[in-house]
Design a protein. Sequence first.
Length: 355
Amino acid sequence: MNSIINNIEIIKAKTTKINDVDFDNLKFGHVFSDHMLECKFKDGEWQAPKVVPYQAINLDPSAKIFHYGQSVFEGMKAYKDTNENVWLFRPLENFKRLNISSKRLAIPELPENYFMDGLKTLLQVDNEWIPKKDGSSLYIRPFVFASGNGFHASPADEYTFIIACAPSGSYFSGKVRVLIEEKYSRSANGGVGFAKAGGNYAGQFYPTQLAIEKGYQQVIWTDDNTHEYIEEAGAMNIFVRINDTLITGPTSDRILDGITRKSIIQLAKAEGIPVEVRKLSVHEVVTAAKDGSLKEMFGAGTAAVISPIAGFGYKGEDFDLPEFEDTYASSLKKRITDIQTNKAKDPFGWRLKVE
């Protein structure tokens, strides 16, 4: 039976898959909720969004997404507290970044109310899919792609915006070992590295696979010109602690303006942790590892929040990071996740209740 919430049409699924899901053993991104939000761009404007049953997408072989890669996405989470309230973490930042990415790839920008009202409506419809187990969440994937047809190398005339959801447990467990990249680049000046474009991630897979074959789990990306400066950790922003100072690179054409990244910077400063946003050379990191001043390295992103790094390899040499309690990684992750899940006060106004 169809209904309307927030002026958005809802077409309910005839059956639910939720009773077949083991919420105590959720793999990341493998199980999907009953519904998704869908919105089409055609005739020069975005059509009204609607919530529909989760389903396959029917595309013509000439759809331009297959040929010219016009595709951008976001990653978000919804959390349910002990009182069954549902919370989002800085969702407007995701909306703004989706449009920044879209603009760079010549994709029409979305109206804010389509994104926010559509997201809230979807979460209301699939409320029961939001896990309550500690460490779990409903991962939210908004994405836009070129669904218009044609082999001509030009922007499409039609696009599709979808929000799909996947209940998920913890994304990473344990620390990872990383390889500092000396040959391949994630992105370049003037390119699309700052955008959350699908092709950015496709280009990472091969160098990452080479690192895995050498016994590492991820790649530390360096600048495209000299490979002398640390930029990102796999698909995450990277932080390095030298003595008591937390250092991360500035955003640029090449580096994604991560929402977790900016939250960590703001939170660390509020906690009295010295923070420097500056270029960080591989030489400085290696030197700090050798003289003992390198205390921590960790990745930061939506899925894992913070992923500690146990050690790194560079030019055939491996370096181990020290193990100790009360790390910046553990304390900052707890502070952020406590805010996200309504276990602690939110002095920054980051948390949004879904009502």
